[in-house]
Ligand binder design. Structure first.
Ligand code: SF4
Length: 345
């Protein structure tokens, strides 16, 4: 029950006028009433991270939420992440505090544009980085994360052309690591990582010569070549547990999180400008509004959801190796109705 003192307010501006403590109390109370779970991406504002039940990357968070008995998932991240949560938890209500929080990298490619590219490369395997929309995942054979992209590529027969969407930098990274020549990369990128430059890396290294430099594979090749380590955000969290001084070539929300977890260590952002404005659209006030009003709900066409799930499941089941679509799946796909390993009709 919402008490009179806690009745929902009309607009996010009303919530923004409340003290932080009251916002937090409202969020905690309402979350319990709704049996909700709050997911906070590593790049979220610190105050959002503080009220989140789970912190991490988009796939890990979606898997954590799917394993809970929560009825409602509030995803504090960007739109494709909330879609991924919905793909893996079709029976749960998935909410976003701000529906404008999209991902420019994911938006580089649409399902329709990918279908056109597939038509030019019949027989090619399509690999979608998880930073993509559900419609793009649905058009793909398998997903990958920045952690397992090399493993996913290596699971595909060497003579099969690979269409890799949407990140050209990650595609280039896996091309270098695997020696595969037959990768057709979509020309998309994450502006936060792509904008980081070598001068910033050199400056950070001069200022903190004791620190190792760790860079996300969404960054440009020249940065990856100068890094001591190249790894995903989850990999960076693991490195933070092991090292006392690190320079992070990624969005600075992760650095803020690690500095509050490890106050005695020297953790610095490679670039002060590495801020994802889309991620920062989520605020504590919007989160409180979202819980009180049950908005904004993320919904997916069931056929797209099932096909996107199949692409994600293929990646998750990779220990069994690459599974090309069966003849039956191929026929159904051509008819726009590929059967799904996720139990959907
Ligand atoms: S940091 Fe890059 S990939 Fe992540 S949401 Fe922002 S624009 Fe998209």
């Amino acid at each position: 029950m919402i008490t009179a003192a806690r009745r929902p307010l009309d607009s996010t501006l009303d919530y923004a006028a409340l003290p932080r403590e009251e916002l937090t109390e409202r969020i905690v109370e309402r979350k319990a009433e709704l049996n909700a779970v709050i997911l906070g991406h590593n790049y979220q504002r610190v105050e959002i991270q503080e009220v989140s039940d789970f912190l991490g990357d988009s796939l890990g968070l979606s898997q954590e939420a799917a394993a809970t008995s929560a009825d409602v998932i509030v995803f504090c991240g960007v739109h494709f992440m909330a879609e991924t949560a919905k793909v893996l938890s079709p029976g749960k209500t998935v909410l976003m505090p701000d529906p404008r929080a999209g991902c420019p990298m994911a938006d580089f490619v649409t399902g329709e544009a990918l279908r056109k590219l597939k038509a030019k490369h019949p027989g090619a395997a399509v690999v979608a980085y998880v930073n993509s929309t559900a419609a793009v995942k649905a058009e793909s054979d398998i997903c990958c994360t920045s952690s397992n992209a090399v493993q996913v590529i290596e699971s595909i027969p060497e003579d099969q052309t690979i269409l890799f969407v949407p990140d050209r930098n990650l595609a280039h990274y896996v091309q270098e690591r695997t020696g595969r020549e037959n990768i057709v990369a979509w020309d998309g990128y994450c502006y936060v990582h792509d904008d980081m430059v070598l001068e910033e890396l050199d400056r950070a290294r001069k200022t903190h010569p004791e620190a190792r430099v760790v860079v996300h594979p969404e960054a440009r090749q020249e940065l990856l070549e100068q890094a001591d380590e190249v790894t995903s955000t989850s990999g960076m969290v693991r490195l933070a547990e092991q090292h006392d001084a690190l320079i992070f070539g990624t969005e600075r929300g992760l650095v803020d999180q690690l500095n509050s977890r490890f106050p005695g260590k020297t953790f610095v952002a490679l670039s002060g400008a590495a801020v994802c404005g889309n991620m920062k659209l989520n605020t504590l006030a919007k989160l409180a509004w979202c819980l009180d009003h049950g908005q904004h709900e993320v919904e997916l066409d069931e056929e797209i959801r099932c096909r996107a799930e199949q692409s994600l499941r293929r990646m998750l089941e990779l220990s069994g190796g690459w599974t090309a679509p069966s003849d039956e799946e191929q026929k159904l796909e051509e008819a726009g109705l590929r059967s799904s390993g996720c139990g959907c009709a």
